[in-house]
Design a protein around this ligand. Structure first.
Ligand SMILES: Cc1ncc(COP(=O)(O)O)c(C=O)c1O
Length: 381
């Protein structure tokens, strides 16, 4: 219990500790910090109560032994890769991955001496042809961005461990309400907290959760030494969002299923990508791994024509075109021009990410409201 002007202060919610540094009475107290750094606070970049609270809450949800929060999802991926890799090492990456993750690997880690090879989804469960003596890890997403392929995490973990490499899972699209990769054998799970965990489109943050004291300590050091920490205020906002994660994911999921079913029978929609549809290639796996929830993200393809896409976007009465996802209100995005912009166009086409693919981040509004908007825009094309 803390005191202020001799009055006991017992807030129900952790206050925002908006301070860059913490104070010490004397050298004895300072030495006590160095003896047990996890029991005290010294400098906000090392740790602060709000960041710690967020890391602990996510670690609990992901059934990890501990975690760190970072300034963004990108810095979380960077931290996870540096946990296992150094110059001269090689990483494998699922071919269907967030474009920013590919850019990090291709343009930044590559020039630091960490090389990358991409593995098509159908080859992920036997890595023999891809593993090299210096391969350290595989990076993959539980549900891929933007075509919503679902990976069998337990099978993937077995495939990785049989080759003596680690499995790093980006669980951003699924959230721990749908899938808990660590409990299925993954070594590290990361999130762009910016998305479902914070959930209100007002925070940029990341988190890395892992197992084992040694690995937990190592990710803390990487975050601290590289200055990848998250501010107290953003941590506080994300903790606040996290409190409704379960409720939100249930509503996102049931809305997305209703919308996917509607779009699937709409003549101007050529294809719908949603694991909740029986026609999706990973439907059975997704049903069992996600405990009946398929998440709030779906993609669908209209004509591969820029003008048609523009007409569709302009004809949505209120749903905005916003190149992010997972907020409480519905938004759309366009993978070719945003998240997957930097991918080689031929590769993008081969993956099926074409001009007409629209990514829908289904919000928690009443489903009829979202359907009415989509119908208005589809009628206009
Ligand atoms: C699946 C996935 N992982 C990681 C990121 C990166 O997160 P951030 O933008 O918070 O750095 C994103 C961003 O869109 C994403 O969609």
């Amino acid at each position: 219990m803390t005191q202020h002007n001799n009055i006991p202060v017992k807030p129900k919610v952790t206050p925002i500790y908006q301070t860059s540094v913490f104070t010490f009475d004397d050298l004895t107290e300072l030495e006590a910090y160095f003896e047990q750094p996890s029991q005290r606070y010294m400098y906000a970049r090392y740790s602060n109560p709000n960041a710690n609270e967020l890391a602990e809450e996510v670690s609990k949800l992901e059934q990890g032994d501990g975690g760190v929060v970072t300034s963004s999802g990108m810095s979380a991926i960077f931290t996870a890769i540096l946990l296992f890799c150094q110059s001269g090492d090689h990483v494998l990456c699922a071919e269907e991955i967030y474009g920013g993750s590919a850019v990090l690997l291709n343009q930044e880690l590559n020039r630091m001496g960490i090389s990358v090879s991409y593995v098509p989804v159908e080859d992920l469960y036997d890595l023999t042809a891809f593993v090299k003596p210096n391969t350290r890890l595989l990076l993959a997403e539980t549900m891929s961005n933007p075509l919503l392929r679902v990976l069998d995490i337990a099978r993937l973990a077995t495939a990785c461990h049989s080759k003596n490499i680690k499995l790093v899972i980006d669980n951003t699209f699924a959230s721990p309400v749908v899938t808990r990769p660590l409990s299925l054998g993954a070594d590290v799970v990361i999130h762009s907290v910016t998305k479902y965990l914070a959930g209100h489109s007002d925070v940029t943050a990341g988190v890395v959760v892992t197992k084992g004291e040694e690995q937990v300590n190592r990710i803390r050091k990487i975050m601290m030494h590289l200055g990848l920490n998250l501010s107290p205020f953003e941590s506080w906002l994300a903790v606040r969002g996290l409190k409704t994660l379960r409720l939100r994911i249930k509503q996102h999921s049931s809305n997305a299923l209703a919308i996917a079913q509607y779009l699937d029978q709409y003549p101007k929609v050529n294809r719908v990508y949603y694991p909740g549809l029986a026609t999706h290639p990973d439907h059975e796996l997704a049903s069992q791994q996600g405990q009946g929830l398929f998440g709030g993200m779906l993609s669908f393809a209209i004509a591969d024509d820029e003008e048609v896409v523009n007409t569709f976007m302009r004809s949505l009465p209120t749903i905005p075109f916003a190149p992010s996802l997972a907020g409480v209100s519905t938004s759309i995005s366009h993978p070719v021009r945003t998240s997957h912009r930097s991918l080689n166009p031929a590769k993008r086409d081969a993956l099926g990410i074409t001009m007409g693919v629209i990514r829908l981040s289904v919000g928690v509004e009443e489903p009829e409201e979202i359907l009415a908007e989509l119908e208005a825009a589809l009628n206009a094309i």
